[in-house]
Design a protein around this ligand. Structure first.
Ligand code: URA
Length: 423
């Protein structure tokens, strides 16, 4: 393979074959293709894009750089959900046990938070003792025994993505739909799934700030999943304000438990049940979406979903009775009366980092006790002095985080029009 001519062809807008892409990724994984050539290739893709055939070939090459889980003799469909990430997005904690109650198997490989959006693993680690570093054998055992598991990627899962993602991060090549697609799908498809639902978020707290970009990403993800033989579907969901009331780590576990007990906030329940109902449809368990929603809701009502979550937590060495206690609470109040018009959700995520609940770089330590509770939503009318947000914070960060939160919430005279939660 002549790597330089391959990069040149991509740079000039040409199309690569699946075997060329495979050879490139194999060479990169083996250390034969150096970082500087891979960086040039990533930039060429960033500027020129890829066809859906090329994107699927890149995904497949990255997927097969590591292990792909096999599920011989498992008693039901193996499925998962992936979210592109947002503030207060705790859907995985509620959805995984709900799906397991339906007889589906969910080997969910999740990530940590970096930047303003939180990470599922960080949230779960607010439960003392909870292990997020299960081996592939452990993932398979817990999935088969309990029905669901939520853990981090092992070394063996799509190692080419790990290497390439590190390179993209420092070469301004993260924002490319084919590269994002291959990165996300290579990790998810390594779970050996038969169906996958994607929650592609758009808005001020999402990776994709506008609906059009989110739609383009969703189409690319779905086309790639389908091409690779996994039934895939995507919902586009609004991230112009946090999902649910709580954002942080221990606070989100508490809200997830509330939701599993039937006391969840409306928006979180709606998104979770919609994603779950779509998955039941994809997995051929039930074809009527309304009936699927009712089936999932029945597991909340009966207490089965909470019990399943407890089983998963125990299997991963945690105990819900041992949750990190919350830091002291402080209210952030409105300076004047009016309607909540906009929320800069990314800035709320940055306030959580300021509190110590998120990371600026991957090596930062998380304080699981801090976070925030939204007391208002877009469209609410507030009076001067009314509490907007409750911070759970250490004394040293209250002042800075309070002003970040206050600046993130715009209050004006006009009542804003309501946006759809699921597009
Ligand atoms: N998440 C990923 O896993 N990969 C990307 O490229 C972007 C978001």
């Amino acid at each position: 393979m002549n790597v330089t001519s391959l990069i040149r062809r991509k740079r000039d807008g040409g199309e690569l074959t699946a075997s060329e892409i495979e050879a490139l990724i194999a060479g990169y994984s083996a250390g034969d293709v150096p970082d500087y050539q891979m960086a040039a290739f990533a930039m060429a893709v960033c500027l020129r894009g890829m066809t859906s055939e090329e994107t699927a070939a890149l995904t497949s090459a990255m997927l097969h750089s590591g292990s792909v889980m096999q599920w011989p003799g498992i008693g039901g469909p193996v499925v998962d959900k992936h979210s592109t990430g947002g503030i207060g997005d705790k859907v995985s904690l509620v959805l995984a046990p709900l799906l397991a109650c339906e007889g589906l198997y969910v080997p969910m490989i999740s990530g940590r938070g970096l930047g303003p959006t939180g990470g599922t693993l960080d949230k779960l680690e607010a439960i003392l003792g909870f292990r997020t570093d299960l081996s592939l054998d452990e993932v398979q055992r817990v999935t088969c025994e309990v029905g669901c598991v939520i853990t981090g990627a092992t070394e063996g899962i799509a190692p080419a993505d790990k290497k390439l993602y590190g390179l993209r991060d420092v070469t301004a090549t993260v924002e490319s739909i084919p590269l994002i697609t291959a990165s996300i799908m290579s990790k998810k498809l390594a779970e050996g799934l038969s169906a996958l639902v994607l929650d592609v978020k758009f808005g001020s707290g999402a990776f994709m700030k506008n609906l059009e970009d989110a739609q383009a990403l969703a189409r690319s993800l779905v086309a790639t999943g389908d091409r690779m033989g996994v039934k895939t579907s995507a919902l586009l969901t609004d991230m112009n304000q946090p999902l649910g009331r709580m954002a942080g780590n221990a606070v989100e576990v508490l809200e997830s438990i509330d939701t599993l007990q039937g006391r969840g906030p409306e928006d979180l329940v709606e998104v979770t049940l919609a994603l779950g109902a779509e998955l039941l449809h994809l997995a051929d368990v039930g074809h009527d979406i309304t009936t699927n929603v009712e089936r999932l809701q029945s597991h909340i009502n009966s207490g089965a979903a909470l019990e399943k979550f407890e089983q998963m937590v125990h299997a991963q060495h945690g105990n819900l009775k041992n949750l990190t206690p919350l830091a002291a609470s402080h209210e952030v109040t409105a300076l004047h009366a009016g309607y909540i018009q906009q929320i800069n959700t990314q800035q709320l995520g940055e306030a959580i980092i300021e509190l110590g609940g998120g990371r600026k770089v991957l090596t930062d330590k998380i304080d699981h006790s801090v976070g925030l509770e939204m007391l208002v939503r877009i469209g609410d009318r507030v009076d001067a002095g009314q509490p907007l947000v409750r911070l759970f914070a250490r004394e040293s960060s209250v002042s800075q985080a309070s002003s970040m939160v206050r600046n993130a919430i715009s209050i004006g005279d006009e009542r804003p029009t309501q946006q759809e939660l699921i597009v």
